[in-house]
Design a protein around this ligand. Structure first.
Ligand SMILES: [Zn+2]
Length: 321
């Protein structure tokens, strides 16, 4: 793992900008949602247009890994919800991982020559760099055949949004230090924690089951996301990965994993006050503030469940009285 403007983001081989680069958000995505000129603000307060967001990539990784993946993803996007649900999970992880890592790498490279030094530079965040190192190992599956033995590196959730009150065709958000990434494409929202070995999905099994087959109101999607983002914030371990010794004739690498759940708890304790902040952040668009969210401190406001814990259906928000 090397952070340099002259090293391929995937394999580390020399890559000469500007020709040896790939876009973080693929051209098909920018075209589909007319995003080329949309801008994002980096942590050093500089501003970059989506179409200028590029990371170093050697020709081999570009031609053999990145471009074939993006061509496939453009087809999946055309197929809509069913195509997303039928997708190979490892490929979905790699695609989301590519965008997540592309944004993170952009931030790290920008920090080498920042406009304004960020208050909390990512490059000084040792815990995040440790996670990134583990992520980089499993992310190699984008360029070499890797089998994950009895585990999946990430938790990926696929949600469906009811189009009735859904006004935003595309959005994405992330939390770089907790390895969270979420993207919305029309009526499909993908939410992923990219380095938890699927543990958050396991922990949220019931909630995820309760939303299956339902077109959710956007305010419910936001709540679901708040739960996953908060869980990722509480997630307290970094998985280790081991490559099995390679024998002659092997066509793929096999990875095993280990999580240290002996010396540390997998999750820090859930606190409703912390969760409420995550809700407030996700519910910004609806201007739901903490006093309302925490009216019942033991049970923060929910649009997914009623007070008896039964799944709710929300048709419109604000709800008719
Ligand atoms: Zn490469």
């Amino acid at each position: 793992m090397r952070f340099s403007t002259n090293s391929c983001f995937l394999c580390g081989a020399p890559a000469q900008a500007p020709q040896d680069t790939v876009p973080v958000l693929a051209p098909w995505l920018l075209d589909r949602y007319q995003l080329s000129k949309r801008q994002m603000r980096l942590l050093d307060q500089s501003v970059v247009a989506y179409e200028e967001l590029r990371i170093p990539c050697c020709p081999q990784c570009r031609l053999q890994a990145v471009e074939p993946l993006e061509a496939h993803m453009a087809e999946v996007a055309n197929g809509g919800l069913t195509a997303w649900q039928q997708m190979n999970e490892q490929q979905l992880f790699l695609w989301l991982g590519k965008m997540f890592y592309g944004i993170l790498l952009t931030e790290l490279l920008t920090e080498l020559d920042p406009l304004i030094k960020p208050q909390y530079p990512l490059s000084e965040n040792g815990q995040m760099l440790g996670k990134l190192q583990s992520f980089y190992q499993v992310f190699q599956a984008l360029r070499v055949p890797i089998v994950f033995e009895d585990f999946t590196p990430a938790s990926v959730f696929i949600l469906e949004v009811d189009p009735a009150e859904d006004t935003i065709p595309f959005e994405y958000d992330d939390d770089l230090s907790t390895m969270m990434f979420s993207i919305k494409l029309d009526n499909v929202v993908l939410v992923a924690c990219l380095l938890d070995n699927g543990i958050i999905r396991q922990a949220m099994r019931r909630v995820y089951e309760d939303v299956q087959g339902k077109a959710l109101h956007p305010v419910q999607v936001a709540e679901f996301k708040a739960r996953v983002y908060y869980a990722a914030y509480l997630f307290n371990v970094v998985p280790d990965y081991y490559v099995r010794p390679v024998k002659p004739g092997d066509q793929q690498l096999v990875y095993d994993t280990l999580i240290d759940d002996v010396t540390r708890e997998i999750f820090n304790p859930w606190e409703n006050s912390g969760y409420a902040q995550s809700l407030q952040e996700m519910w910004k668009r609806w201007r739901l503030e903490l006093p309302e969210i925490m009216r019942n401190p033991a049970q923060p406001l929910s649009f997914l469940y009623d007070e008896e814990g039964m799944p709710r259906t929300i048709v419109s928000y604000p709800e008719p009285t």
